[in-house]
Design a binder for this molecule. Structure first.
Ligand code: DX5
Ligand code: ZN
Length: 226
């Protein structure tokens, strides 16, 4: 049975000078989540959006946020800065960046948000074995984290399928799998077949030139609703 797919446009790809306009368009066309990348220039070699930006977005939309923390030691500063988020919002921490992943996940839970763990393309899924009780979603990076516009690492497709199997076999079929990185219309078909649930839509799909955000979201939804 095919699972319901959710679309999460990546706000690092919006036109920053028209962010509110784009967010309203993404809400009107029925985006399920708004994905916000927070980077620290240490865990990844880039800086994009901030917790302040997430707060400003939260104030103007009813779409749940999906805040992806690509920062070292997220429990120290960044998670406490997200106290304005609600029970409908996800916060994901990287397994590789949290000194104590369970402590970071429980800090998210204590904030009242939905905890998720993210893994880099090179991180094997077996490291998740002992934290599955503590997450509602696993974010599988399908490119190396840090930049929009990269090419899919093909081995991650098989990883999604293996993770789906691992979750189902461990009695955690309710844990969602999110995919992030070069989730193009074409790659989404394969990710959907592999068992992904939440699709981060960036420059390769929803923000691709040549069509409006609305047209691209509709085209995307047709793929994951199949
Ligand atoms: C980083 C971001 C990017 C990006 C995705 O975690 O979430 O992966 O915006 O969009 P693409 O890869 O399609 O540019
Ligand atoms: Zn992301």
């Amino acid at each position: 049975m095919m699972r319901k797919g959710y679309i999460a446009p990546s706000l690092m790809c919006v036109d920053l000078m028209n962010a509110q306009r784009d967010i309203e368009a993404l809400e009107a066309v029925g985006s399920d989540y708004l994905h916000i990348d927070v980077m620290d220039n240490h865990f990844v070699p880039n800086i994009t959006l901030s917790t302040d930006f997430a707060k400003a977005v939260k104030a103007i939309t009813r779409v749940p946020l999906d805040v992806h923390l690509m920062v070292e030691d997220p429990a120290r500063i960044t998670i406490p800065q997200l106290s304005f988020l609600g029970p409908e919002d996800f916060i994901s921490v990287h397994y590789e960046a949290a000194l104590h992943p369970l402590r970071a996940l429980s800090a998210i839970r204590q904030l009242g948000c939905r905890p998720a763990v993210a893994i880099n393309p090179a991180t094997p899924i077996c490291v998740l074995e002992d934290i599955l009780d503590d997450v509602e979603m696993v974010l599988v990076m399908t490119v190396n984290p840090g930049f929009a516009g990269q090419k899919l690492i093909p081995a991650t497709l098989n990883k999604i399928a293996r993770l789906r199997r691992m979750l189902d076999e461990a009695g955690h079929g309710d844990v969602l799998i999110e995919v992030d990185g070069n989730v193009s219309f074409e790659n989404a078909v394969k990710m959907h077949a592999a068992g992904a649930d939440v699709y981060v839509a960036g420059s390769s799909s929803v923000f691709a030139p040549g069509a409006t955000l609305e047209e691209n979201v509709r085209r995307f939804r047709a793929i994951i609703d199949n």
